[in-house]
Design a binder for this molecule. Structure first.
Ligand code: KG4
Ligand code: ZN
Length: 351
């Protein structure tokens, strides 16, 4: 495929409320995969869903249908053509089923029209591998800069709107889930507490902003499961504690509530991740998912990693929140492994 083993991948991501398409030139082996991002376009539907305080699946579907051709047009300017790509990739799950289908059908049509192979990608693998895009600037990452063998074994914390998962990853292609949330995901807790504080959807980034000027030790909110030996999480009790606090203290300073809530969630995420890293004796901690763009979480985890002599890896913000560049990375790794996936929407797909 392609010349000099370059594989140009066009990826489509519509699992939630971002319509995203990326075109990435991939190369290298599983020991040193390389990615050169040619185009990475994300069209957000936030404004559409904002009045409802959350994503409305039927609206997401309608918007994806409308936006997909427009986003593709932006990706394919005078320099790039679908004919020149080697592979079309599409997110098949997990996500909102009607939203997933719009991307899948669009990708199927493209692949058929241009006679290109089509590969289904797990959205969570996209998050898992997103950090591989982090050190690349405009040029190809060389193997000397980025040695996969020095990164693994690793503990990966995926924190998004739908998931909170801890993974023990032995190497690029072998991993085991060691824990996950039993109720709300971390991003979901952020969004729900933000709503209690009358912040607009999606609340995570808004709550982080508000917390900046607040006192994080003003209230002592619970740190659920922090001392339990397992690597599972639970955030619904923390959310309820904030709800009751606000009910009983209607005059509480919102910024203090935001900062104290954030402190509780970061304490739990950091402590359990570092404990897992030490127990499994890994080299690195990888942070991924939408909540990974939270500066306070990144800073704290990085500091704890330094103390514990662990590498700390994470993509920059634009590759943390949903995007299609991360889907090309997971697609390329699947392609190198000759993996196939069913091209149907799998709303509950897991890692
Ligand atoms: O990975 P993502 O874009 O979509 C899913 O796959 O879920 O994650 C979205 C989630 C939302 O809950 C959003 O509020 C949260 O990530 N989020 C943040 C921040 N940026 C996004 N949460 C806390 N702080 C942030 N800066
Ligand atoms: Zn995501």
């Amino acid at each position: 495929m392609g010349s000099q083993n370059f594989v140009k991948i066009l990826a489509i991501e519509t699992s939630c409320d971002e319509t995203a398409i990326a075109l990435v030139e991939t190369s290298g082996s599983l020991r040193s995969p390389r990615f050169r991002i040619l185009k990475n376009i994300v069209s957000s539907q936030v404004k559409i869903h904002q009045p409802f305080g959350g994503v409305v699946p039927s609206l997401a579907k309608r918007e994806h249908l409308k936006n997909l051709p427009l986003v593709l047009k932006k990706v394919l300017d005078a320099r790039y053509y679908v004919q020149d790509t080697d592979l079309v990739a599409v997110t098949v799950g997990p996500g909102l089923e009607p939203a997933l289908w719009t991307g899948i059908n669009f990708a199927k049509d493209l692949a058929k029209q241009y006679k290109k192979p089509l590969l289904g990608v797990n959205h969570l693998e996209g998050h898992l591998y997103s950090f591989l895009l982090s050190r690349q600037k405009k040029t190809v990452v060389s193997s000397s800069q980025f040695s996969i063998s020095k990164i693994y074994p690793a503990i990966v914390l995926i924190v998004s709107g739908g998931h909170t998962i801890l993974i023990h990853q032995k190497n690029l292609t072998t991993w085991r889930k060691i824990g996950e949330t039993r109720d709300d995901a971390a991003g979901e807790a952020y969004d729900k507490v933000a709503r209690m504080l009358n912040l607009p959807y999606p609340g995570g980034p808004e709550l982080e902003k508000l917390a900046l000027s607040g006192n994080s030790s003003a209230m002592e909110f619970p740190r659920p499961m922090i001392h339990q030996k397992n690597y599972d999480f639970s955030f619904s009790g923390l959310k309820t504690a904030v709800l009751y606090y606000l009910r009983d203290h209607p005059k509480a300073r919102k910024k203090d509530v935001a900062a104290s809530f954030q402190q509780a969630i970061i304490d739990v995420l950091t402590q359990k991740t570092i404990r897992a890293a030490n127990e499994y004796k890994v080299h690195s901690v990888i942070l991924a998912g939408g909540v990974a763009s939270n500066k306070a979480l990144r800073k704290r985890l990085r500091a704890e990693c330094r103390k514990n002599k662990l590498n700390s890896l994470s993509a920059e913000r634009k590759y943390q929140t949903d995007n299609a560049a991360m889907i090309t990375v997971a697609a390329y790794i699947s392609h190198l492994r000759d993996r196939k996936s069913r091209i149907i929407a799998q709303a509950n797909l897991n890692l």
